[in-house]
Design a protein around this ligand. Structure first.
Ligand SMILES: Cc1ncc(COP(=O)(O)O)c(C=O)c1O
Length: 400
């Protein structure tokens, strides 16, 4: 038998993996499962991006590329940062990885030492604390409850900072919270960080183009340009362009960090996929009309889902101002009994019960560091959302 690394023991088997496995099994058995757990937009990769990829294959661009991205893609990313964020990164300040996840991984691996701390506001994208742990660091989770709009306050940030703090990870619009930090809120956090010059900021902007209620996107590098030498701006094509399977993410940041990240990446994947990089160039430089059109469609879906969830006794859902997840609190259902006699002790029990009883897959807040909540993706068509929420309502009303 091959023994596993001892540090793997730090990772509790993920509640997400259990639900996703069960969902796949039910689907494979031909059961009609409505999947409201997916983290991918439901629209297709744009035609111009697909053409970019087929052209690259035709040209024979099918070999290893520069470790952290082709010159063409770096130039397209530079143009994107200028056009959409008013950020001016030099080409050697840009890194491309196999998804934003690898970019985050590279950055944390390249900078953390054993015992260092990474401040992670909860609810969080589940990979942040686990990547910090893989890098030998300690995630310092700061609970940001619904009452604070799921957002980190300057006081909570100040309270979490220690002599070991190395990174603050911010994600706006947020997964799973849908929280959006405005310029003023970021400026207030920057004010705290100015007193702690050894703490860097990783701004994960991957849901930048999913904003509602007229919310305006802001990112730390824009709001606090004086902190550019310790800010990494992470983004990618997965969500904006419906390109999760192409695996292209990128970042802008200080060149010394970008170089160190390339060293990690070289030993991990050598370079991102050449064909996917060509597709990303076309997506970033092509027409962006669909990107804004989609926002209006997603806002309608958001309204639909939040309305339906808030009509369910025991669920209480803030209206997210961004991303494509609703994150209702389900405290009102804890301790209840299911028709089969099982008790709903926590949100993982509730998610399992909803899947078993009504064949809707949703994810438990436990996986995102803030319970009891459910994460419900509205990156789905209106019929599936309406039917999915009706089933959730039926499941919840059957609890006693
Ligand atoms: C907040 C956040 N960051 C990063 C990622 C990873 O994106 P990519 O597909 O570019 O690796 C996700 C994917 O769900 C996410 O939700």
């Amino acid at each position: 038998m091959i023994a596993l690394a001892t540090w793997l023991g730090q990772f509790a088997p993920s509640a997400l993996m259990a639900i996703n496995k069960k969902t796949r099994e039910l689907k494979a058995a031909g059961v009609d499962v409505i999947s409201l757990s997916i983290g991918a937009p439901d629209f297709e990769t744009p035609e111009n991006a697909k053409r970019g990829a087929t052209d690259a294959i035709g040209r024979g661009d099918t070999r290893y590329t520069n470790v952290d991205g082709t010159a063409e893609l770096k130039a397209a990313i530079q143009e994107k940062f200028r056009r959409e964020n008013g950020l001016d990164y030099a080409l050697d300040q840009i890194s491309v990885g196999t998804g934003a996840k690898q970019v985050v991984f590279n950055a944390l691996m390249a900078t953390l030492n054993a015992g260092d701390e990474v401040i992670v506001p909860a609810p969080y994208y589940a990979s942040y604390p686990d990547i910090a742990r893989i890098a030998g660091a300690v995630p310092r989770v700061v609970t940001c409850p619904a009452e604070s709009g799921f957002k980190l306050t300057p006081a909570a940030l100040e309270g979490a900072l220690t002599g070991r703090s190395r990174w603050l990870v911010l994600n706006s619009p947020g997964n799973p919270s849908g929280a959006v930090y405005d310029q003023g809120e970021l400026a207030a956090l920057a004010q705290v960080l100015r007193r702690h010059p050894t703490v860097a900021v990783l701004s994960d902007d991957i849901y930048e183009h999913f904003l509602y209620d007229g919310a305006k996107f802001a990112t730390m590098a824009q709001v606090a340009p004086d902190m550019a030498d310790r800010t990494l701006t992470v983004n990618g094509v997965s969500k904006t362009y419906g390109m999760t399977g192409w695996r292209i993410g990128y970042a802008g940041g200080p060149s010394a960090l970008i170089r160190a990240m390339a060293r990690i990446q070289y030993q991990c994947t050598t370079s991102p996929c050449s064909v996917s990089q060509a597709a990303a160039v076309s997506a970033l430089l092509g027409s962006q009309d669909q990107v804004t059109e989609r926002m209006a469609r997603f806002e309608k879906r958001r309204d639909l889902v939040v309305g339906l969830l808030n009509a369910v006794d025991g669920l209480d859902c803030l209206s997210p101002r961004g991303s494509f997840y609703a994150y209702p609190a389900c405290a009102g259902l804890m301790g209840k009994r299911a028709p089969d006699g099982g008790t709903i002790d926590n949100d993982a029990d509730l998610a399992s019960y909803i899947l078993e009883a009504e064949r809707v897959s949703v994810l438990p807040g436990a996986a995102y560091g803030l319970s009891p909540h459910l994460r419900i993706s509205f990156a789905n068509d209106e019929d599936a959302l309406t039917e999915g929420c009706a089933r959730i309502a039926r499941a919840c009303s059957a609890l006693e």
